[in-house]
Design a protein around this ligand. Structure first.
Ligand code: TRP
Length: 331
């Protein structure tokens, strides 16, 4: 039997090229090797902050299209809606009893967000990683391809699996995380991380004109005024993107050399980056449009995927109930 992958995204809008190198690319490549489940984490979206279902559903749909667009093949992988598997809540509520409040508050991702956003966190917010553990463990997942920011979540998931197995006997597979080839892609403004809210992202669904505007407006080396000034390559986001996306390594090396020597303009480096990214995005846009134009097919994929995923989860849940002995009195 193939080992399993489970991963997904909390919908915060359309996905960007940072998501691609951080996790999407791994999903697409590994779907041939692993039985792959992609979750649209709509329940997690409620735990983050109050939003209407209408808003969340719209965001979820964009993330769904992005996954298909980059090459998740619905013939071999399963995409499902988190709320379509009510068994997840059963596992989640049991896991809640296994995690102390202190441990929940210590999760660095949770802790940072509370501090940064000055939150008065709900129970659901603190338990966000515990819901994530239920998502993962219910599939007997071996591998979780994720962006670097998710590592504390996977660590907590592993802990829950180990604690459960120690208490009730071998039940859950303890999963590993896998981060993509660029753990953290810098933003177009040179800030640490590309993010939708930071207004420094390039979307996978970007049209050619917007892409060009964004690339030509990118932050480079602020000290460089003339093309004849020697420039900095390190920490320069234009070169970070060339490294991440330009398949022509010789061209990248040549541009870097000339940039360091003051022998190429910012405009030329950016124009070549635009061409690179445009070529990279062209087939993604096309596939997105294919599914956008076929809403019935897209819905079928999601409905069938959710049904199929639920069946797999139900098997794990039977095992879980047996191990705990929770329903013995009514069997
Ligand atoms: N927390 C993840 C994010 O913010 C989404 C997510 C929910 C997830 N459940 C998961 C990721 C399970 C991997 C595995 O994008």
């Amino acid at each position: 039997m193939k080992k399993r992958i489970l991963t997904g995204d909390t919908p915060s809008g359309k996905l960007h090229i940072g998501h691609y190198v951080g996790t999407l690319e791994n999903r697409v490549q590994l779907q041939h090797e692993y039985e792959t489940f992609i979750l649209l984490a709509n329940v997690h979206a409620y735990a983050q902050s109050f939003k209407t279902a209408e808003k969340i559903n719209d965001l979820v749909y964009q993330v769904f299209l992005d996954n298909l667009a980059v090459g998740i093949d619905p013939e071999i992988s399963t995409i499902y809606l988190e709320s379509g598997i009510p068994e997840t809540y059963e596992l989640y509520s049991f896991f809640l009893t296994m995690v102390t409040l202190a441990r929940a508050q210590r999760n660095p991702a949770i802790k940072d967000e509370i501090q940064y956003k000055k939150l008065d966190p709900s129970m659901g917010f603190l338990a966000y990683p515990i819901l994530q553990a239920a998502d993962i463990l219910q599939f007997q997942t071996s591998l979780v391809p994720v962006g670097e920011d998710q590592l504390p979540m996977i660590e907590q998931t592993r802990e829950i699996a180990r604690d459960f197995n120690a208490a009730y006997g071998e039940t859950f597979t303890v999963p590993e995380a896998k981060v993509g080839r660029v753990a953290r892609l810098v933003g177009t403004d040179g800030k640490m991380k590309m993010s939708k809210s930071g207004n420094n992202s390039i979307l996978l669904s970007e049209d050619e004109k917007t892409l060009k505007q964004k690339v030509m407006g990118m932050y480079t080396d602020p000290k460089r005024i003339h093309p004849t000034d020697p420039g900095k390559v390190e920490g320069n986001p234009v070169f970070a993107y060339h490294d991440a996306f330009n398949p022509n390594k010789a061209e990248v090396e040549d541009l870097k050399k000339r940039y360091l020597a003051g022998k190429v303009s910012d405009v030329e480096v950016k124009e070549s980056l635009f061409l690179t990214l445009n070529e990279f995005l062209a087939p993604i846009r096309e596939k997105r449009k294919y599914y956008e134009d076929r809403p019935k097919l897209a819905k079928e994929i999601l409905v069938n995927g959710t049904q199929k995923a639920r069946k797999v989860v139900q098997e794990t849940l039977e095992k879980f109930r047996e191990k705990v002995g929770i329903n013995k009195l009514i069997k």
